[in-house]
Design a binder for this molecule. Sequence first.
Ligand code: FAD
Ligand code: SF4
Length: 510
Amino acid sequence: MKTIRLILGDQLNKNHSWFLQKEDNVLYCLFEMRQETDYVVHHIQKVTGFFAAMRNFAEELIEEGHAVKYVKILDLKNTHSLIKNLSQEIEEFKAEKFEYLLPDEYRLNAQLIEFCKTLTIQNSVVDTEHFYTQRDELAVFFKGKKQFLMENFYRNMRKKHQLLMINDQPEGGKWNYDKSNRKKWKEDTLIPPFKSFDNNVEDIHTEIQKAGIKTIGKINPKYFEYPINRSQALSQLAYFCEHLLIHFGDFQDAMHTNQIYLYHARISFAMNIKLISPKEVIETTIQTYRQQKEEIEISQVEGFVRQILGWREYMRGMYWALMPNYKTLNTLNNTNKLPDFFWTGETKMNCLKNAINNSLDNSYAHHIQRLMITGNYALLTQTHPDEVDAWYLGIYADAVEWVQLPNTRGMSQFADGGKIATKPYVSSGSYIHKMGNYCDSCSYNKKEKTTKDACPFNSLYWNFLDDKKEELSGNFRMGMMYNLLRKIPAEKLFEIKEKAAHIIANPNEY
Ligand code: FAD
Ligand code: SF4
């Protein structure tokens, strides 16, 4: 039966069972479309990386003998609409069947369900064969429970997949080594140079410009650093295991002015577009640990496995359990806009300047920069979660809604009222100082709250707690902070709030 099979830009799984057989009557379709480049303003490296990986994937399929229809961004017949492109191909190929892979994004999932309802030919959908869990597995696991704790889900995943387990007990005796994952990096261990693939993507970059796609951030198209095919993704993983795993856990939450990546794997882009699977990443990492048990501690490997087996699968499950309503939540009723410096990096606040410039230059920031610098600032300044979502969804190469949204709206902005995080991730300058060296070379004084040179995070922090006391003071994890707030004399709190109000009203002055 003549069949059209759709492959979306983040479904580049070479190991999918679809490709086990070469079938003459099957045509694989991949489309570069304005529908996808324009629903938010993306980073130039994100658009380029997606197109480069899609083109490589299509070429590899053709080399292996599969029939492929690849529609480029400047192709004249490109309608830039998924539905119109598909209808065109179905007609031209005289397809009798349409098949697609389960989209990870709610928007595309809904679009394809509607499309199939209009078809007069047969149609079906199959799994992407990428994740450990099925879409609804987390919802089933938490059914009837009041709290959806990641830790409970993670332990269940460890047992179910027998990862870092000795029979029914966690290897090393503890489930979680989070407490050993909080060291400040004091330039006392060597950080190997980061792995770059120096891909030349000038052609694609020129096409994107010719098409007039609006983007943010910088790129050097002669030396594009991200992995854009499976063999590069595998080599990114091998590099992590060989050079970075040894200190991954220790410095997971560390921040440093001279280090963009520290010991992070930089594997999210490759994993999110499915060049490599979480199973491969986790199994290779555990195998490295087993082979080098004398050098690599369990806390390093457990910290890494937790991020992927725990957080990544958990975020996906929460997304599917809570969408579409999740995208509208704003429990703290925040309404402000993000300041202009989120798009320019021009601020005197050294922590924000570093985190934002990393993001603009590399389409990357590591987790703690996303959570405790940019996310923390956005929440303390009471920014509307729609604004925050749009920035995160656009700027990072790894940003696909199923993982970006629960991280941003849930974990970082507490807009879901605590479904994902048990308390808001907010801090004053003292946490930022504890975990990094930004404050050492900042224009602001990390210890002051209200002076002209006071660290803006300090007044913003106490002001936030005061403004949101109705919503947050009952949270048992916030009890200690509210006790401290109550001890601040009324006149001092007034001064703090005046300062915070000025920062919120004039963010670009800071
Ligand atoms: P490493 O630190 O080396 O971690 C290894 C892997 O663990 C990552 O590649 C990722 O797949 C997984 N991981 C770690 N933390 C998380 C998490 N919280 N949720 C899901 N997976 C996790 N990750 C994305 O992939 N896409 C996003 O759009 C995204 N948006 C985020 C927005 C905010 C506000 C925050 C706080 C976090 C976000 N994350 C996102 C999670 C995390 O920051 C990135 O996965 C990580 O920084 C990617 O870099 P890495 O590969 O070097 O990660
Ligand atoms: Fe950031 Fe404040 Fe430290 Fe400056 S002093 S780097 S603004 S936390």
